[in-house]
Design a protein around this ligand. Structure first.
Ligand SMILES: Nc1ncnc2c1ncn2[C@@H]1O[C@H](COP(=O)(O)OP(=O)(O)OP(=O)(O)O)[C@@H](O)[C@H]1O
Ligand code: SF4
Ligand SMILES: [Mg+2]
Length: 383
């Protein structure tokens, strides 16, 4: 399907998405509750065969956005489109097709897998729902999926409590694949796993993308995970996308001060030579509560660029819209063109002396969970 401009429609897209939760009872009127704007006017799209990653500190709305995109939560405003069709308007067979095509894998596989079903029965469930199959066909399909996710046939009769976290995450991925999905929404799929298992699962995801052509929409607070798997990356702050674009541009030439600050805590994942020896940008304070929305811009109180520019009033008066800097790279900053040079000083040599321009190994080492070219691949962000 193509859009009005003749471009192929994205596989999955969210337009102007808003999700508001009820918060605590209001201080003034106990019958009322505060409103939490968990996702605030987000527009995003994932093309067929691509991986889009979302970064941001805890509470910025990543999981809520993932749940909206997979249809697990209805938006309070905005629409979700699957291949150009508004999913709220899909009925009957079309809705069934969309449901099968968009699958989810979450951080804790134990909560997603029925503890009373064996591995084989869990994986077979979506297959049975799709069409009548003979027992032999079903068994063969389950074995094929077990192989695809790197599990031995010996585990088919095991129950979830008999499996490790890494094996269970593989079962959850096999279960998602059983629906023959076009896209899998992954919310922190490796963050609950040991470092060495993380690398195996990330390599598995790379392989599945290649072998099945499946797209991923991936949430992670870990920038190294996103760098490894994503074609495009979005950065969220307080329910909004503040930067979105091709991964190499967002990671190596961040245009938003918040992205620059996140990346300054993990210079080793950057592949451009300017990252060598770059200084850490420490933002003052914490992300404000989404229960207490500020008037105008939401980031200025923590923004180092705002300070450097002499506190321009436009930042306090107007929340900047996402602005295209060329191609698909978009940034929500009134002064986006000032960010990279102003905020990424390169005065202090890197303490570990890595040559980050060579830091992009194509596979992670399962024994260590590290990108081959560097030693400390799992540095946490500043959150
Ligand atoms: N069901 C809910 N009811 C009320 N508030 C919610 C609910 N789910 C999320 N929130 C709030 O919405 C905001 C965004 O939460 P969300 O879980 O989407 O963030 P996140 O970026 O995934 O955080 P984390 O990195 O900690 O997983 C938070 O303030 C959270 O407390
Ligand atoms: S718009 Fe102003 S406050 Fe917001 S990121 Fe840009 S410089 Fe900082
Ligand atoms: Mg979350």
């Amino acid at each position: 399907m193509r859009d009005a401009g003749g471009q192929p429609e994205p596989l999955l897209a969210g337009r102007d998405l808003v999700k508001i939760f009820r918060g605590r009872p209001s201080k003034r009127y106990s019958l009322f509750r505060t409103k939490i704007r968990a996702v605030n006017d987000v527009t995003i799209s994932i093309d067929a065969g691509k991986t889009v990653g979302i970064a941001g500190e805890s509470g910025c709305g990543k999981t809520t956005l993932a749940r909206l995109m997979v249809g697990a939560l209805p938006p309070d405003d905005g629409q979700i489109y699957f291949r150009g069709r508004d999913v709220a308007k899909l009925r009957g067979e079309e809705r069934k097709t969309y449901r099968a095509a968009v699958q989810a894998v979450f951080q804790d596989p134990r909560s997603a897998i029925n503890p009373r079903l064996s591995v084989a029965a869990s994986i077979a469930e979506p297959l049975v729902r799709q069409k009548d199959q003979t027992k032999a066909d079903l068994g063969a399909a389950v074995d094929e999926l077990l192989t695809a996710v790197g599990l031995e046939e010996g585990v088919r009769d095991n129950f979830p409590h008999q499996l490790s976290g890494g094996m269970l995450q593989r079962v959850a991925i096999a279960q998602a694949l059983a629906s023959d999905p076009k896209i899998i929404v992954l919310d922190e799929p490796v963050s609950a796993l040991d470092v060495s298992i993380r690398a195996q699962i990330m390599n598995l995801l790379q392989d599945l993308r290649r072998d099945y052509g499946v797209s991923f929409f991936m949430i992670s607070h870990d920038l190294a995970t996103l760098r490894y798997l994503s074609d495009e990356v979005g950065v969220m702050y307080l329910g909004k996308l503040v930067e979105f674009g091709p991964a190499e541009l967002v990671f190596d030439q961040p245009q938003h001060p918040y992205t620059a600050a996140l990346l300054s805590a993990a210079p080793e994942i950057r592949r451009d030579s300017a990252a060598k020896g770059s200084q850490r940008i420490v933002l003052p304070g914490d992300m404000p509560s989404p229960e207490e929305p500020t008037q105008g811009g939401s980031f200025h109180s923590r923004c180092p660029l705002w300070q450097k520019l002499g506190r321009p009033s436009v930042c306090t008066d107007e929340d900047p819209a996402l602005h295209s800097t060329g191609g698909r790279h978009r940034v929500a900053c009134h002064f986006w063109d000032a960010t990279p040079t102003t905020l990424l000083p390169t005065t202090t040599p890197s303490s570990d002396g890595h040559d980050v321009t060579e830091a992009a190994g194509p596979r992670l080492d399962p024994a260590t969970g590290q990108d081959h070219a560097r030693e400390d691949n799992w540095a946490d962000g500043p959150w």
